[in-house]
Design a protein around this ligand. Sequence first.
Ligand code: ZN
Length: 217
Amino acid sequence: MPKILAMGAHPDDMELEAGGTLAKFIKKGYDVYLLILTSGGYTDMNGNTYFDEQLRNEAINASKILGIKEVIFYDYHTTELPSGGEIVSKVDALVDEIKPDVFISHHPFDSHQDHKAAADIMFAVSRQGRVKTVLSGSTLPYRPNVFAFRPQFYVDITDTIDTKMDAIRAYETQYNKFGGEVLIERVRSMARTYGWAMSYEFAECFEVIRMDDSLWI
Ligand SMILES: [Zn+2]
């Protein structure tokens, strides 16, 4: 069975970018691992502070909803994620251990510095065919560089969108911060718009960095 490694810079990133796809892989019986690079705690523009422990618990709850096999936390400091050196060796070692067939992370032109760093780490680790299929997830619409995102791989998530939304709701702090069901409705609208391209009711989409035929043939 194929193995999938999803790597988010922060807790909740991969649920937003790829939650429906991960849930779909899990329904097919694939093993999905989630690596979260930073501990996620931060203070927002309104002065609200979100604590590492809180976000970690929310990540664990969301992972249970999706059916993630294992969540791994690296606990780098939010906004200070390095893209080279020790962290590449650590993710390298994890890839050696898991041997994923598919690696999903952020887009290299995302406007968040930690997301960019995560994309660089994925590219560095996936050198020379060490991971055969490498995908960058969709940046969120409010990120300025969204026009750099050119998706080629669409996943029909009509059967798993409710699971994705439940996983997003499990991040109670972020759900409340972004307006509760208003957030859910926005993410759902994005999935509906992406689905329009393919005549799916709902889709997630990815920019293909590299892809082999093993998942299809
Ligand atoms: Zn993030």
